[in-house]
Design a protein around this ligand. Structure first.
Ligand code: ASP
Length: 330
């Protein structure tokens, strides 16, 4: 089996002026994750490396440059899940961690529990050699400005739409079938302090089961939670027969779900697989149908075939094609 890696930088109405930064962020995340995976690292190293790149890039809503909450502070959530053991490490409501995915990994590897939040999570970080930062170090000028704008007009929804950015995620599998999925986010703009969305919740924003596949979600968290979207998508992968051959993709699988953005990424020579794509589309279709909300997801099936779907105008994503080239699109 070939190793495989897929990443995303959120499904929203990504403005034209952010497309280049989103595409290059996804490409650099792929480069970093792929180099970890192919230089003898584990898929855990690969998803962590990819997500650190995305957390450090302020065009995405994770780590530095995350959306601010109602009080004008960054509060981050993250999760990483091991498909072999079904164990996850998750953290939420962090205000002083530069790369939340590092702490999620420390929880996965060194904590008897699967999720830690706020002060307890930050204490665990210190005890495990992860430095705390000044909360202001996570705030970008653009987000501070957007927050000021929102506050002056009682946080009208229209202002949030003007500067949307996306959660980030990654799924990686190695040649032995070891599978990890991860998601990291700053949550939604001007959220109530203490609000936790779908992203760090096992089964909602992320899920991995080596017997079926791994998923990372993005979109409106309060809706994604309702349909437990990541686990739903993994169960859809489980439900279809094991993929034998790559097949051509259907012309129009669903009117509600965009197949892909224009670009290289919608051709099956890039490694997408009919069943993987259909599972992704079915999960997003369920989100639209049952909650009337928007979002998207990326996935790898248990053989490493990538799939993706979204019902937002755009999603930033990228994956490594079978020939080793990087396919990215927004
Ligand atoms: N799902 C995230 C949340 O609700 C937001 C996003 O995906 O952009 O916190």
């Amino acid at each position: 089996m070939k190793p495989s890696l897929i990443v995303h930088g959120g499904a929203w109405d990504i403005p034209d002026e952010a497309v280049e930064a989103c595409t290059s962020g996804c490409r650099r995340a792929l480069e970093s994750g792929w180099s970890a995976l192919t230089r003898g690292g584990s898929p855990l190293d690969a998803v962590e490396a990819a997500i650190i790149v995305l957390e450090d890039e302020p065009v995405f809503d994770a780590g530095f440059g995350s959306h601010l909450n109602l009080d004008g502070r960054v509060e981050c959530d993250a999760i990483v899940m091991n498909g072999a053991t079904l164990r996850s490490g998750a953290v939420a409501a962090l205000q002083r961690i530069r790369n939340p995915i590092r702490l999620a990994r420390a929880v996965l590897e060194h904590c008897p529990h699967m999720m830690l939040v706020a002060g307890g999570a930050e204490r665990f970080a210190k005890e495990n050699g992860i430095a705390l930062c000044d909360p202001e170090d996570l705030v970008s000028d653009a987000e501070r400005e957007a927050w000021r704008h929102c506050s002056q007009d009682k946080h009208a929804a229209a202002h949030h739409r003007g500067h949307e950015q996306g959660t980030v995620g990654a799924v990686a599998i190695d040649a032995q079938g070891k599978l990890f999925a991860a998601t990291s986010t700053g949550g939604t703009c001007c959220k109530l302090p203490g609000r936790v969305g779908d992203s760090p919740l096992i089964g909602c924003g992320c899920y991995a089961d080596s017997a079926a596949g791994g998923v990372s979600c993005t979109g409106y968290g309060e809706a994604i939670m309702k349909i437990v979207m990541a686990k739903t998508a993994v169960d859809l992968l489980r439900a279809v027969p094991a993929p034998q051959h790559d097949c051509p993709l259907p012309e129009e699988p669903s009117r509600l779900v965009a197949a892909s953005a224009p670009g290289d990424a919608d051709r099956s020579p890039c490694g997408e697989n009919f069943h993987a794509m259909m599972a992704a589309r079915e999960a997003v279709h369920l989100l639209a149908h049952r909650t009337h909300a928007t979002g998207g997801l990326i996935l790898l099936d248990r053989e490493g075939h990538p799939g993706f779907a979204f019902n937002t105008p755009r999603m930033a994503y990228g994956y490594v094609a079978p020939d080793g080239s990087f396919a990215t699109a927004v």
